[in-house]
Write a new protein. Structure first.
Length: 123
C-alpha cells in the first residue's frame, strides 16, 4: 500500500516542480527546461530531480547550477503547495535524454527521406 502513496507523491512533486520552474526568474535556467523524472526516497526525505533542456547538455548543466542556488525557494514553494509534513530535500541532476531523443528523431527522418528518394529513383 505504501507504493501507491509514494507513486502519488512522486507525481505530485513532478507536476508542482514543473509549475514552479516556469515561475523562476533566474537567467541561468533554460526557458525550455523540462523535468524528465523524479525519484523520491521511501521515507520522503530526499528527491532526485532529473532535468533536461532541449538546447543541449551545456545549457542543462548551467540550469542545474541555477536550480541548486534556488533550491531553498523551490523547496519552500513545494511545501506550501503540497502540504507535506516533511518536504524532501531536492537534488537536481542534468540529463540529456531530450537532446538524445531529438537526435534519434532527426536520424529517423533522414532515413525516411533517403528511402523516399531511393523509391523515386527506382521508378
Amino acid at each position: 500500500m505504501a507504493g501507491f502513496k509514494l507513486g502519488r507523491i512522486t507525481q505530485d512533486i513532478h507536476r508542482e516542480l514543473s509549475a514552479i520552474l516556469r515561475e523562476l526568474k533566474d537567467p541561468r535556467i533554460a526557458p525550455m527546461l523540462s523535468i524528465v523524472k523524479v525519484q523520491v526516497s521511501n521515507d520522503l526525505s530526499y528527491a532526485k530531480v532529473y532535468v533536461s533542456a532541449i538546447e543541449g547538455m551545456e545549457k542543462t548543466k548551467e540550469s542545474v547550477v541555477g536550480l541548486k542556488s534556488a533550491s531553498g525557494f523551490i523547496r519552500r514553494e513545494l511545501s506550501n503547495r503540497l502540504h507535506l509534513r516533511k518536504c524532501p530535500e531536492l537534488s537536481f541532476i542534468a540529463d540529456d535524454s531530450i537532446a538524445y531523443g531529438a537526435q534519434i528523431n532527426r536520424m529517423l527522418e533522414e532515413l525516411h527521406s533517403a528511402e523516399e528518394v531511393e523509391e523515386e529513383s527506382e521508378e
